[in-house]
Design a protein around this ligand. Structure first.
Ligand SMILES: Cc1cc2nc3c(=O)[nH]c(=O)nc-3n(C[C@H](O)[C@H](O)[C@H](O)COP(=O)(O)OP(=O)(O)OC[C@H]3O[C@@H](n4cnc5c(N)ncnc54)[C@H](O)[C@@H]3O)c2cc1C
Length: 518
C-alpha cells in the first residue's frame, strides 16, 4: 500500500446508485466540485437496473426492470411529494450513453410532458385468483389480511410512542386474530402477497414497529399510490439524468468499472483502494448495499468498531426475484395480478404480473413471475430450464395444458451479484432505533448512506435518495466551514446497546435456577 501515488480529491463517493448520485449532486449544488464518483459496474444506477429482454415487433428487445420497478407513494394534494415521483414526472431529457463503457456522450431535449415516464397505476383489486385446480375465489382472505395489517400498524404507533418493547409483526397479527393454519393455503397466500411480496421477509422475521414505520412513512406520508414504471428508456434514466446535471460529457470524475477493495479512515482523511489505484480524500461516502458490507469484500483499516460491525450484521438484506417471460401471445385474464395459492408450499410462484395488457406493453407477450427469499434462493440455484418447467406446471394448472412455453425466460440472481448480494433491506424484530443509528453513523471521515441506512424509508428508492442528499449536504457544510462538523446528533452512535432486563432479575423469583452465563 503506497499512499504517495494516490489521486487526490476532496470527497470520494463510493457507488453510483441512487444514494451515490444524489450525494454527488448535493456536493455539486453546494459548490463542491472536486469529487470522484467510483462505481464497480460499467453503468450508473445500481439496483435500478433496466435490462434488455425478449424481442419486440421491430426486432429490438424490450426494456424490463430487474431491480426497482415502482414509484411507491407519490403525493397527496399540496402535501409532501416523494422525490422519486418528482424525478419521474419531471424527466424531460433523453441522455445518450456510450454503449461500450456507459459514459455520457450527449443529450437531447424532449418536449415537456408532465408525466414523462410511462407508468401505470397499480391496482391490487384488479386481480384474478387461482389454486392448483384453476380459478378460485379467495378475495375474502385478502380483505381479512388487509384489516389485520391495518390494526397492527395502529398498535405499532402506540408501541413507538409509549416506548414499549417491539415484537415481531407475526405477534401483532396474532393479537388481532390473524393466525392462518399452515394448510390454509388461501390465507397463507394472501399474507405472502401483501406482506412478503412487499417486505421480502415473513411477518415472523420482521419488526412490528419498524415495518409499520416504513409502510406509514411511504404510503401515508406521501400517498397510497404505486406507479409501475414500464418506460422503454428504463427507470434508471431518472438517475442518469440527475447525473447529467452535474457531470459533463465524458466527465473524468465518474469512474466506472472501478472496484473498491479497501478503505482506510481516520478523523482527517480517507484512503480508498481500488483495482485501478488509490484515492486520497478528505471525506468518503460509502453507499454499497448492506449485503456488500456483510460479505466483508471491503477491507477497512482500522477494522470497523464493534458497534458498527454489530449493526451491519443485525439488519437483513432480502432477495426479490422477478422471472421475466415472453410468450408468443397472451393467454391470461385482463388483470394486473394473477395470484396462485399452492396447496403445499407457501410462496411457490404465488404472483404473476402480465405486462401485456391494454394500454401497457400491448402485444409484447410479457409476463413476470415473482418469488422472494427462500424461493428465490432455490430458483437462483436452478437453471433457467428447470425454473421454466416449474413455472409452466403452475401456469398450466391455472390455464390448462394447452398454453405455450415462453420463447424467452430470464431472471437476475441478486443474491449472487457481487455488487449487491441481495435486493433490499428489512428491519428484524427486537432491535432499536439506536442499533439502526449505528448502521447509519460515520466512522471518522467515512460516512454511510443508502436505502438500508434510512430509518423511515429503508428498502425504498426514496430512502436511498434522502440518505444520499443528507450526507452530501452535511459533508459540503463541513468542507465549506458552514456546519458543525464535530460528531453531531445526526451522526450519533451508541457504543453500548443495553437490553431490557437487568442481570439481578435473572433469579429464582423469575424461574431462573441455573447460571447459564459462562
Ligand atoms: C429486485 C428489486 C426490486 C426493487 N423494487 C423496488 C421498487 O419497486 N421501488 C422502490 O422504491 N425500491 C425498490 N427496490 C429497492 C431500490 O432499488 C433500492 O432501495 C435502491 O436502488 C438502492 O440504492 P442505493 O444507492 O442505496 O444502493 P445501490 O443501488 O446498490 O448503489 C450502490 C452502488 O455501489 C456499487 N458497488 C457495490 N460494491 C462496490 C465496490 N466494491 N466497488 C465499487 N462500487 C461498488 C454498486 O454497483 C451500486 O451501483 C428494489 C430493489 C431490487 C433489487
Amino acid at each position: 500500500k503506497e499512499k504517495q501515488t494516490c489521486e487526490r480529491t476532496r470527497v470520494a463517493v463510493l457507488g453510483a446508485g441512487m444514494a451515490g448520485v444524489t450525494a454527488a449532486k448535493s456536493l455539486s449544488e453546494n459548490g463542491i466540485h472536486d469529487f470522484l464518483l467510483v462505481e464497480y459496474q460499467d453503468r450508473i444506477g445500481g439496483r435500478m437496473h433496466d435490462v434488455s429482454f425478449g424481442s419486440g415487433p421491430d426486432g429490438y428487445p424490450y426494456t424490463v426492470e430487474a431491480g426497482a420497478n415502482w414509484v411507491q407513494g407519490t403525493v397527496t394534494g399540496e402535501g409532501p411529494e416523494n422525490p422519486i415521483y418528482t424525478l419521474v414526472t419531471h424527466s424531460t431529457r433523453i441522455l445518450i450513453f456510450h454503449a461500450a463503457d456507459g459514459v455520457l456522450i450527449g443529450q437531447e431535449e424532449q418536449d415537456h410532458n408532465p408525466v414523462c415516464m410511462d407508468v401505470g397505476e397499480t391496482d391490487q383489486d384488479n386481480t384474478t385468483y387461482f389454486d392448483d385446480k384453476g380459478p378460485a375465489e379467495y378475495g375474502y382472505a385478502i380483505h381479512e389480511f388487509q384489516e389485520a395489517m391495518h390494526k397492527v400498524n395502529i398498535d405499532a404507533g402506540s408501541l413507538l410512542k409509549d416506548n414499549l418493547q417491539d415484537r415481531s409483526f407475526r405477534a401483532g397479527l396474532r393479537l388481532h386474530g390473524w393466525d392462518p393454519a399452515k394448510d390454509d393455503s388461501y390465507r397463507q397466500t394472501a399474507e405472502w402477497w401483501l406482506f412478503d411480496g412487499e417486505f421480502v421477509y415473513t411477518p415472523s422475521e420482521s419488526s412490528e414497529v419498524f415495518t409499520s414505520v416504513a409502510e406509514n412513512a411511504t404510503f401515508n406520508y406521501f400517498s397510497g399510490e404505486n406507479l409501475f414504471v414500464y418506460d422503454q428508456r428504463g427507470f434508471a434514466s431518472i438517475i442518469r439524468e440527475e447525473a447529467a446535471e452535474f457531470l459533463a460529457e465524458n466527465d473524468n470524475r465518474l469512474r466506472l468499472n472501478t472496484q473498491v477493495t479497501g478503505v482506510d479512515y481516520n478523523r482527517d482523511s480517507v484512503t480508498v483502494w481500488t483495482n485501478q489505484g488509490c484515492i486520497e480524500a478528505d471525506y468518503a461516502i460509502m453507499t454499497f448495499s448492506l449485503g456488500v458490507l456483510q460479505k466483508n469484500v471491503v477491507d477497512f483499516t482500522p477494522q470497523l468498531p464493534s458497534w458498527k460491525k454489530d449493526a451491519i450484521h443485525s439488519f437483513e438484506l432480502g432477495t426479490y426475484t422477478k422471472i421475466f417471460m415472453q410468450f408468443p401471445e397472451p393467454f391470461w385474464d385482463n388483470a394486473q395480478y394473477l395470484i396462485y395459492a399452492d396447496p403445499e408450499t407457501r410462496g411457490y410462484y404465488p404472483e404473476f404480473q402480465p405486462l401485456d395488457l391494454p394500454g401497457v406493453l400491448e402485444g409484447s407477450g410479457l409476463m413476470i413471475a415473482t418469488v422472494v427469499n427462500d424461493q428465490s434462493y432455490r430458483v437462483e440455484a436452478q437453471t433457467y430450464e428447470e425454473t421454466q418447467a416449474e413455472v409452466m406446471e403452475v401456469l398450466r394448472s391455472m390455464y390448462g395444458p394447452e398454453i405455450p412455453d415462453p420463447t424467452h425466460l430470464w431472471y437476475k440472481r441478486w443474491t449472487q451479484t457481487p455488487w449487491a448480494y441481495g435486493s433490499y433491506s428489512n428491519w428484524p424484530p427486537s432491535t432499536s432505533l439506536q442499533a439502526h443509528q449505528n448502521l447509519r453513523a460515520n466512522v471518522g471521515n467515512l460516512f454511510f448512506a443508502g436505502e438500508a441506512t434510512s430509518q423511515e424509508f429503508f428498502g425504498y428508492l426514496q430512502g436511498a435518495y434522502f440518505e444520499g442528499k443528507h450526507v452530501g449536504d452535511f459533508i459540503a457544510s463541513c468542507l465549506q466551514g458552514t456546519g458543525n462538523c464535530t460528531v453531531t446528533d445526526e451522526q450519533q452512535n451508541y457504543p453500548v446497546l443495553t437490553g431490557v432486563t437487568p442481570y439481578n432479575l435473572y433469579n429464582d423469583e423469575h424461574g431462573w435456577f441455573v447460571d447459564t452465563v459462562s
